[in-house]
Design a binder for this molecule. Structure first.
Ligand SMILES: C[S@@+](CC[C@H](N)C(=O)[O-])C[C@H]1O[C@@H](n2cnc3c(N)ncnc32)[C@H](O)[C@@H]1O
Length: 280
């Protein structure tokens, strides 16, 4: 649980952690992976004060997947928290995650929801070619902050998608208003305007500059089509005072109009595969 709390805070507005100044290393044979084997990720979401975050992400996902059709690959699905949002619109769904106990929980959740079109498979996100087939859609939420080698991951997603396929994903935004405020007060957790991903703490936790994500997406053969600013009110104090329903209701109105500013800790993107990766 402690690990999960730490993961959440590092992905957003958490305790102060030293930012690593080491540039991201992409030449290693195997990128480092965050270990969820001893993490009870279900408990994290069952706590009542996470209802706002869950609602905010579902609002974004509903908006970005409303035209989704055909097959879908979810990458890093955890226990399948979000599968009910999009699987009913798909012909077939493959849920993947590298953690055995989470993929088993996802299998049970899909069965309990009566989703007969859902398969589950333990799979590393750097090895998507092992799916052995191509999908019309790919989805990846709350996973990018564990991705050390973004170019390699985006290339994998490109290869897993059929031509014209869409990729909906979320990433932790280091250039958010709170981080900019901390930076102005000379107490930054990260350098919010730095282009390179910022690694925080000793685990595999990265926060990203939106310009870096956009550039790497394009290099990997994607064109971003829609962006949403998400989890705009991720603050224990705001949740206590206003309650999750009100905050989620206001957020629903703001995710799109504020997307250009990306003021929040989380960004959702819908991108389309337009070509093969540049490096192919
Ligand atoms: C924060 S959880 C998010 C789970 C789910 N997407 C959600 O939003 O509820 C991160 C997930 O990414 C998975 N993950 C981390 N690194 C991975 C990798 N290299 N390959 C596949 N899954 C990975 C973890 O096992 C974990 O289930």
């Amino acid at each position: 649980m402690e690990k999960v709390e730490r993961m959440q805070s590092l992905a957003a507005f958490g305790p102060r952690q030293q930012e690593s100044q080491t540039p991201v290393e992409h030449s290693k044979a195997e990128p480092e992976v965050f270990d969820y084997n001893n993490v009870n990720y279900q408990d994290f979401w069952q706590q009542t004060d996470r209802r706002y975050e869950d609602a905010a992400e579902r609002i974004a996902l509903r908006r970005l997947t409303k035209t989704m059709q055909g097959s879908c690959l979810e990458i890093g699905c955890g226990f399948g928290r979000l599968v009910d949002e999009y699987a009913p619109r798909c012909s077939e769904v493959l849920l993947t995650d590298c953690t055995a106990h989470l993929i088993e929980a996802a299998r049970q959740r899909a069965a309990s929801l009566g989703l007969a079109n859902v398969e589950c498979r333990q799979l590393d996100l750097y090895k998507l070619e092992e799916c052995g087939r191509r999908f019309d859609n790919a989805l990846c939420v709350r996973v990018m902050h564990h991705v050390e080698d973004v170019p390699a991951f985006f290339r994998q997603v490109n290869q897993a998608l059929a031509p014209g396929g869409q990729f909906v994903f979320e990433y932790a935004n280091k250039r958010n208003l709170l981080e900019i405020g901390r930076w102005l007060l000379r107490r930054p957790n990260v350098q919010p305007f730095g282009y390179q991903p910022s690694r925080r703490g000793s685990g595999v936790f990265y926060n990203f500059n939106p310009a870096y994500i956009r550039d790497e997406l394009r290099r990997a053969g994607f064109e971003p089509e829609e962006v949403l600013a998400v989890s705009l009110f991720r603050s224990q104090a705001l949740k206590r005072v206003f309650g999750w329903r009100l905050l989620a209701g206001v957020e629903r109105l703001l995710q799109k109009p504020l997307a250009w500013l990306r003021p929040g800790p989380s960004v959702f993107v819908r991108a389309r595969k337009v070509s093969r990766p540049e490096s192919d």
